[in-house]
Ligand binder design. Structure first.
Ligand code: NI
Ligand code: MN
Length: 231
């Protein structure tokens, strides 16, 4: 199983023929140095409508009828642009052969790049062939992360640390306490000047505070390969 980071909040999960692309901000993403035509997911997850998350979702979907999972209003928006969608909502679980995708809360907003309201934002917990990956989307810390930790016991948490629009390091460190993942990968930092932050500082604080939890600073265009996440 492979988790590739394309910078910002964009990740791809791969195993066999299953390829899940999350928040596909590729065109215009300064960290994405690959070719868009090489990105061929079988499923796309979008946490909210902002351009740095919706990204190329609609055009990738349109090319090969690849389904986009999003909250209802955002899914409708994507569908109005020709995309194939699975509209769901917070608390909902969508089942697949690889496992499931659960939509969870995020404290943020959601509108499309052309300024339309696209409902509420979300995060995702993906059970991908037995590993549970929590992608927080854009969010502040919120105490229901305790519920996400208790109910879904994420193996890996992908957490924003850039501040300004989302959690900063201080809140993200506290979020790790709520979520109790085995591994944390910071995201949504250093893409633009307002979200400049130091992932090494985040790593140091988490690993000092919570023995047994490791922070993996994944460089853009690099991947993590694993079978079952232990530590
Ligand atoms: Ni946003
Ligand atoms: Mn964002």
């Amino acid at each position: 199983m492979k988790l590739t980071y394309f910078g910002h909040s964009c990740f791809m999960l791969e195993k066999g023929t299953d390829k899940i692309l999350i928040d596909p901000f590729l065109s215009g993403n300064p960290f994405f140095t690959g070719s868009l035509s090489d990105i061929q997911p079988t499923l796309i997850l979008v946490t909210h409508g902002h351009g740095d998350h919706l990204g190329d979702a609609i055009s990738i979907s349109n090319k090969n009828s690849i389904p986009i999972i999003a909250t209802f209003e955002l899914a409708n928006y994507c569908e109005s642009k020709g995309a194939t969608t699975i509209g769901a909502h917070i608390g909902g679980k969508v089942l697949f052969d690889f496992g499931w995708v659960k939509l969870v809360n995020a404290v943020h907003s959601s509108s499309s790049p052309d300024g339309l309201f696209t409902g509420v934002p979300c995060g995702f917990v993906v059970n991908f062939h037995g590993n549970k990956i929590y992608h927080a989307g854009d969010t502040a810390i919120f105490s229901d992360m305790l519920i996400i930790g208790d109910l879904y016991t994420p193996d890996i948490a992908l957490l924003p640390i850039g501040g300004h629009y989302t959690m900063d390091i201080e809140e993200a460190v506290k979020a790790v306490e709520f979520l109790k993942p085995k591994k944390v990968i910071p995201m949504h930092y250093n893409t633009f000047p307002p979200i400049k932050n130091d992932p090494e500082l985040f790593k140091k604080e988490v690993e000092q505070k919570y023995p047994g939890i490791t922070v993996e600073i994944l460089k853009p265009m690099k991947c993590l390969e694993f079978e079952k996440i232990t530590k």
